[in-house]
Design a protein around this ligand. Structure first.
Ligand SMILES: Cc1cc2nc3c(=O)[nH]c(=O)nc-3n(C[C@H](O)[C@H](O)[C@H](O)COP(=O)(O)O)c2cc1C
Length: 445
């Protein structure tokens, strides 16, 4: 190993609510029961992963006016799950996605400071900025924030929580049993904060936590999102997992750091990555095709197409050609609460592109949806996958990956058993945790 060899960061994304999670597999278990979380976390910790990651969905998705139940439905509360996991793990970082629009800084700061205490310094917060009125209807304030304002609120929100975390220095608790004095300083935790989004004052209830504040993740991809990450985050959860797109994203976000007085090493870039392993590369390729067909059933293909077409397409045959009608442009009424809707802002252009692709390759609706929605990042025998992960990391397309298995809770087992030892043998992934905090695993100390 040379001095310039980067150490790879690996994290485990608990499979979530979209069609990459194959809930119908005979080996799939619950995504709600604690035993699934415990098994998944233990596998990640035994493999010396940096952290476990929980995404978040604040409203059940709907399609054609019904709860969308082709994917798993339901997600328990992030803090409760991570707090419970802190009791059955020792070193694994615990990262939770918590929205900065529909929450309030005092509560979120209190929850993360508590999680950081309970876990001995392993908490991380993925700050997401979903703002839509559909999600907001679940909350007391509805759709109160314009899209253009969500990063300004996020930035103020984060800075307010930092103020709360810093309201305790860490040396205030005396707990002198002889004299009966508990605090060395009676003003501990005092804060008084006013900005255009928040006005709060008082004393913060949680004394300074082991990391001082949770590790901060960011996940939005817009220019504003990237700027927010460059100014405030310790790591980015990105969707750019290929060499070219990854290198471009990596250079872009790291290039934004200098103006905030930060160094490239202070912001880790961690793309989401799915994987399919096999005994040989050919075997893995075959299995990957099977997984894709399970992820995109005929019904799922129609529903995915409806999300772009913005029409009821239930009368169409998934094994037949694309609809002859065009997408309905305008207000989106068919699918609600889905990020994919925002990814196709020009549905007519998407339809044109897909029609050309379907015609050129003679694809049915289902085949096409399998092709255009595939995000299989790593497919191969363990050594092939290990080589790709290392190559992408060393060539600055990433600092590591957040792995998203397609099975709960056993989807990480094969990776932990076969790929991790290869990376360890090459000296690019830890064999033991060096420290006890997540900041230390990520080299952010
Ligand atoms: C890889 C990735 C993962 C995300 N995960 C979540 C999530 O779990 N929950 C959520 O509410 N939003 C999630 N988001 C949405 C972002 O927080 C943000 O609202 C969205 O990307 C739009 O922001 P942008 O305009 O900066 O891209 C995710 C975004 C990305 C790119």
């Amino acid at each position: 190993m040379t001095n310039s060899t980067k150490q790879i960061h690996l994290a485990a994304h608990f499979p979530g609510v979209n069609n990459t999670t194959v809930w119908s597999d005979p080996e799939a278990g619950s995504h709600i029961e604690f035993d699934s979380f415990r098994r998944f976390a233990r596998t990640a910790e035994d493999a010396k992963f940096d952290f476990l990651f929980l995404a978040e969905g604040l409203r059940l998705r709907e399609q054609n006016g019904r709860i969308y139940d082709l994917d798993v439905v339901g997600r328990p509360d992030t803090f409760a799950v991570l707090a419970a996991l802190s009791g059955v793990t020792d070193r694994l970082g615990l990262a939770g996605t918590i929205n900065s629009t529909f929450n309030e800084p005092y509560e979120v700061a209190r929850q993360f400071a508590t999680l950081d205490h309970l876990s001995g310094g392993r908490a991380a917060w993925n700050v997401v900025t979903s703002w839509d009125a559909f999600t907001g209807e679940n909350f007391r304030r509805g759709g109160f924030l314009a899209e253009a304002d969500r990063y300004s609120r996020a930035e103020r929100f984060l800075r307010t929580t930092w103020l709360l975390f810093d309201s305790w220095r860490g040396d205030e608790i005396l707990a002198d049993k002889e004299t009966g004095r508990f605090l060395a300083e009676p003003g501990a935790g005092a804060f008084d904060h006013h900005d255009e989004h928040f006005a709060l004052s008082g004393h913060f209830t949680v004394p300074r936590s082991p990391q001082g504040s949770p590790v901060i993740f960011q996940a939005g991809d817009s220019d504003e999102g990237r700027e927010f990450a460059a100014a405030t985050a310790d790591a980015i959860f990105s969707r750019h997992g290929t060499l070219e797109a990854g290198q471009k994203f990596y250079a872009d976000v790291k290039g934004r750091l200098a103006k905030y007085g930060r160094e490239p090493g202070q912001l880790k870039v961690l793309p989401a990555a799915t994987f399919v392993l096999g005994d040989t590369d050919a075997d893995a390729l075959e299995q990957a095709a099977v997984v894709r067909r399970r992820q995109v059933s005929g019904q799922t293909a129609i529903k995915l197409l409806e999300q772009v077409w913005n029409r009821d397409l239930s009368a169409y045959d998934p094994d037949g050609p694309l609809p002859e009608v065009d997408p309905l442009v305008g207000e989106h009424t068919v699918a609600r609460g889905r990020a994919s809707v925002r990814m196709h802002r020009d549905p007519l252009a998407t339809a044109k592109e897909w029609r050309a692709l379907a015609e050129a390759k003679k694809l049915s609706i289902r085949d096409l949806m399998i092709e255009v929605s595939s995000r299989q990042t790593f497919v191969g025998a363990p050594e092939t996958v290990a080589r790709s992960i290392n190559d992408l990391t060393q060539r600055d397309a990433a600092d590591g990956f957040i792995l998203v298995p397609h099975l709960t809770p056993g989807g990480l087992d094969g990776f932990a058993r076969t790929v991790v030892p290869i990376l360890q043998e090459w000296g690019v992934f830890r064999t033991e945790y060096a420290g006890s905090t997540l900041r230390s695993h990520l080299g952010l100390d």
